[in-house]
Design a binder for this molecule. Structure first.
Ligand SMILES: [Zn+2]
Length: 302
């Protein structure tokens, strides 16, 4: 009796001990959190800082973000000026291991072929302006190979005994993603011939992978809301090009998008550019599932 009690106590102790060994990881976005979980599995405890349906490019860091980052062994950011506010969080956390160049620091954009690099000057009033090229690279599922490669390298360095586990997790995830990619390409075939307009230019990587065409954006430039003259130009473009689909992300202003769609005789389709932005799209794969379904059913309805 006493012995089995002791064993039970030991089991509880051992299992909580195991739980505490999980590597604490903080990511800026939910997309990166999902990809960290795909590689790390139950060896990591990952949290993301920007809540779903917030504009990560315009996020104001909170004191609790610094607290979270202070206890992280690994941090993962989008980079490319997308999450510049994270530099302030890292500075306040003041821990060398997770600073730029530290063993636990991951800039997920490393080795990504960046689109729309224009070398433009960014001044006040330019919004976030995508000044280092378009940063929405995780929306090409093929780029998950590079992102998870960056994550794997750092996890294996921090936790060498489990490096084979991380590698196997990543291989299995990429195999599943490869199958899904074929499915998404097939489903999106009817959408390829349909030019589209979006509020914000989140979609060049997605569009390139699935051969979709965006002919304009409702923002004047990334991060700068539209003026009436710009709305009139977009409506004219939509009429000239026969645009029937306008894309809005859930956090974007409903009014301008609805106005443009109504004037041009188009439908509004709501897509999520990050994990959790759409209901039920709570991981990287289901985010694409939800977006593909939304586009396919909008195209079918036209
Ligand atoms: Zn952007």
């Amino acid at each position: 009796m006493l012995r089995s009690g002791l064993i039970a106590v030991w089991l509880v102790w051992a299992s909580t001990g195991m739980a505490q060994e999980r590597i604490p990881v903080v990511t800026t976005t939910s997309d990166l959190r999902s990809l960290v979980e795909a590689v790390g599995g139950d060896r990591v405890a990952a949290t993301s800082l920007v809540p779903a349906n917030f504009d990560a490019e315009d996020y104001q860091e909170k004191p609790q973000d610094v607290v979270r980052v202070k206890s992280a062994r690994m941090v993962v950011r989008v980079g490319l000026d997308y999450d510049l506010w994270f530099d302030r969080v890292l500075a306040q956390a003041a821990r060398r291991e997770i600073q730029r160049g530290g063993a636990g620091y991951v800039d997920a954009s490393y080795a990504i072929a960046v689109l729309e690099v224009r070398g433009m000057n960014v001044g006040p009033g330019d919004g976030h302006a995508h000044g280092s090229g378009n940063p929405h690279y995780w929306l090409d599922p093929k780029n998950a190979e590079i992102i998870t490669g960056n994550i794997l390298e750092t996890l294996a360095r921090l936790d060498p005994p489990n490096s084979a586990v991380y590698e196997a997790n990543r291989t299995a995830f990429l195999a599943r993603l490869g199958d899904k990619l074929k499915e998404w390409e097939n489903k999106l075939a009817p959408v390829r011939a349909m030019p589209m307009v979006a509020y914000h230019n989140s979609w060049p990587y997605f569009a390139r992978r699935f051969r979709l065409e965006f002919v304009g954006f409702i923002e004047i430039k990334p991060g700068v809301p539209p003026a009436p003259s710009h709305l009139a130009r977009i409506i004219a473009t939509m009429k000239a090009r026969g645009v029937r689909i306008v894309i809005r992300e859930p956090h974007e202003p409903e009014r301008d998008v609805a106005f443009v769609a109504a004037r041009a005789g188009a439908s509004v389709v709501i897509l999520g550019a990050s994990v959790g932005a759409l209901l039920g799209a709570n991981d990287y794969v289901s985010m694409f599932d939800a977006n593909v379904e939304a586009l396919v059913s909008a195209a079918a309805a036209r």
